[in-house]
Write a protein that binds this ligand. Structure first.
Ligand code: AGP
Length: 576
């Protein structure tokens, strides 16, 4: 909202920047006099234009479907019966069915299958007895679940936003007041931002007001300066964000190799912790697995590792001595937020390694470490995974007061990745041999086990080819039954203690007709294709992921899919 009257265009532009977070459908509502004009579409924004008129106030949303299919009716914004209240929403209203029943009894008509649509009708009901701000406050206070809302009311000059659990950030710029679920959406208009905390409501008007819920007491707030540059969130010379972010990895690693003080401080906390747990989701969980190996091998430090979504069911033994180390690129993954909230109630300490300043997980942590990898916009995480491995390696060595050694290893890894990126045509050629395969298996042992899992994740999530990563030793306990003639198997064989055993596993696959792609420091007659990864100690582990990322990327291009916005996925999963 503010001085410019092309609010609709500005919102559409902002949605394009945020579309990587969810892209099933999108919609915009603007205030025109005492009415709302709304436009909603299914599918990605792409080069869409809007036909909405001029306005100074508006709201928009790009959706990742939770309740209700991908239809125009289910797209946000959602309206009340009089089409005067427009609401956009991230999260899940867990008690929406009972609220909807009550509202229908009062005569409210619903047109969508979503949980979201109850909120504008709740506000409409409350407006019969109180003002706009208190109607939003009282409507929010009856909801269950983790949600963030932005509300426009056609007869008000204010925009109201309210949240618990799902992120919201306010930007105060020269062209007006802005609000978004991610600072990336605002960076074009302002760097001065304020991150709402849970159970806070902000009234954006002549003079913005911050209120504490449920009561509504006024709170002071101060702005933070976000220093991301706009080019970091644009594609530049690259065709996709995924390949851009793969190429940014050496720079990210070199930066981390120089951040000894911050990392060393967290290393001390971890070294002295008892009952230490790594948690993360998806790729972040695979990084956690690598972290547990680094900590054990380098610092003889035992750390438990769990997928964040499972940690909910394992928290009974947490104590006020426990330390949970949460890994999350977005800092918003609800599967991580929820167990952390529960752990805090037990007095456990939280350390987080995230990539977004001011994110929910960042703010709820006792110890905070930023990956400083720059915005990662491709849904498939690449540079953030490598950044996590790099930080975890530095942390492991810091526990032995050998952080300088970690820096040396990381600098070698960055050089090796630069070398690999000079040979991407070789990897592109090898990928062609996979273009018609139905399944791809990846095996690794020890530190490479995490890479096997992560490589499989990359391949499956962007090319939709079924890929599975296994611990090499596990293959013969069942999965080897899946190997038949020409079944591709990518073998991760660095020059470490796992080399002999993983090569035996490669031989077992070969003996059953498998086609072997070997990532190793030396070639072998077992390999049908060989990708050299120079021997740079633990640095080889980090460099190994790059050919797997590139295979995933090139396979996706061969299949003519979009590597940045794969189907069914979103960059940040803020719903359970
Ligand atoms: C990674 O390529 C996937 N997009 C996904 O597994 C992702 O890592 C996971 O959703 C966790 O996200 P976070 O790191 O932002 O918490």
């Amino acid at each position: 909202m503010g001085k410019s009257t092309n609010t609709g265009e500005m919102i559409l532009d902002g949605l394009k920047t945020l579309e990587y977070r969810g892209y099933d459908s999108w919609g915009i509502a603007i205030k025109k006099g005492n009415k709302l004009e709304v436009e909603k579409k299914v599918g990605k924004i792409g080069d869409s234009k809007i036909t909405l008129g001029n306005s100074e106030i508006g709201v928009g949303h790009t959706r990742w479907a939770t309740h209700g299919g991908v239809t125009v009716e289910n797209a946000h914004p959602h309206l009340d019966c009089k089409n005067q209240i427009a609401v956009v929403h991230n999260g899940i209203i867990e008690n929406f069915e009972e609220l909807k029943k009550e509202l229908i009894k009062k005569g409210h008509k619903f047109i969508s299958e979503t949980d979201t649509e109850v909120f504008p009708h709740l506000i409409e009901e409350n407006l019969k007895k109180e003002g706009f701000a208190s109607s939003v406050r009282d409507s929010f206070n009856v909801l269950k679940g983790l949600n963030a809302f932005v509300v426009v009311y056609a007869v008000s000059k204010e925009i109201i936003a309210v949240k618990n659990g799902s992120p919201l950030v306010v930007g105060l710029g020269k062209d007006g007041l802005f609000i978004s679920s991610d600072s990336i959406g605002l960076i074009k208009y302002t760097r001065d931002m304020f991150f709402l905390k849970d159970n806070q409501m902000i009234i954006l008007g002549e003079k913005p007001e911050l209120l504490e819920l449920p009561g509504g007491t006024k709170l002071p707030f101060s702005l933070e300066r976000i220093d991301w540059k706009i080019e970091e969130v644009s594609m530049g010379k690259y065709k996709h964000f995924m390949i851009k972010e793969i190429f940014e990895q050496p720079k990210v690693i070199r930066k981390i190799a120089s951040e000894k003080d911050e990392i060393g401080a967290l290393g001390k906390v971890i070294k002295n912790s008892r009952g230490t747990f790594f948690i993360g989701a998806g790729t972040a969980y695979y990084a956690a697995i690598a972290g547990a190996y680094f900590f054990s091998k380098i610092a003889q430090k035992h750390v438990n590792t769990q997928p964040a979504s499972e940690f909910n069911y394992l928290e009974d033994f947490l104590t006020d001595e426990s330390l949970i180390i949460a890994l999350s690129q977005s800092g918003e993954t609800i599967d991580v937020v929820e167990p952390l909230q529960r752990a805090k109630t037990k007095g456990s300490k939280i350390a987080s390694i995230t990539n977004v300043l001011g994110s929910t997980i960042y703010r709820m942590s006792d110890y905070k470490l930023l990956l400083n990898a720059g915005p990662e916009k491709a849904v498939a995480s690449t540079k953030a995974y490598v950044a996590k491995l790099s930080v975890l390696l530095m942390l492991a060595y810091s526990m032995n007061s050998e952080i300088d050694k970690a820096s040396e290893v990381l600098l070698k890894a960055a050089d090796e990745i630069d070398r690999l990126l000079e040979h991407i045509e070789d990897i592109k050629r090898i990928t062609k041999s996979l273009s018609h395969t139905r399944d791809i298996y990846l095996i690794g042992r020890g530190l490479s086990y995490s890479l096997a899992l992560e490589g499989a994740m990359k391949i499956k999530e962007v090319s939709y080819v079924h890929a599975e990563g296994f611990a090499g030793g596990e293959l013969k306990h069942g999965p080897i039954a899946l190997i038949s003639k020409n079944t591709p198997c990518i073998v991760l064989a660095p020059n470490d203690e796992t080399y002999g055993a993983i090569m035996s596993n490669a031989a077992e696959v070969k003996a059953r007709g498998g086609m072997i792609i070997g990532l190793s420091y030396q070639n072998s007659s077992l390999f049908d294709h060989f990708i050299e990864i120079k021997d740079i100690q633990e640095g080889s582990i980090i460099a190994q992921i790059v050919p797997l990322q590139l295979i995933a990327y090139f396979l996706t291009l061969l299949k003519k899919y979009d590597p940045d916005k794969p189907r069914n996925l979103a960059k940040s999963v803020t719903v359970k």
